[in-house]
Write a protein that binds this ligand. Sequence first.
Ligand code: ZN
Length: 127
Amino acid sequence: MLKILGVTGENVKSTVSVAMHVRSKKDEWKDIVKIEDRELYSDEVNRISLIAPRATINIIRDYNVAEKMKVELPSVVRGIVRCANPNCVTNSNEPVDTSFLVVSQRPLTLKCHFCDRIQSSVEKYII
Ligand SMILES: [Zn+2]
């Protein structure tokens, strides 16, 4: 999860805590991502939405929840997921960013903009 967020680097000084599958009041399971002392970039929010589409992100400042937001899957996912098709132009040496259309949210299904490959297992292809 933290690898997906891209926050495992040595330059991370802030506290990031993640709680997945916490039972919420509405008796549903939900994922909670708590980020302390830093804001999330939209690219990071998009990454979270891919692996935990129902996650709620709590931004904590001074030990209080300053902001809560539900993640929202974008309609187009750019540069986050690698295409599963080895012959796709995005897997060649061309400097092309990957781009996928979100065909379905549940289950998550992406379609490559370049080769039309349909991709439903996303997690292992996250860049
Ligand atoms: Zn492709």
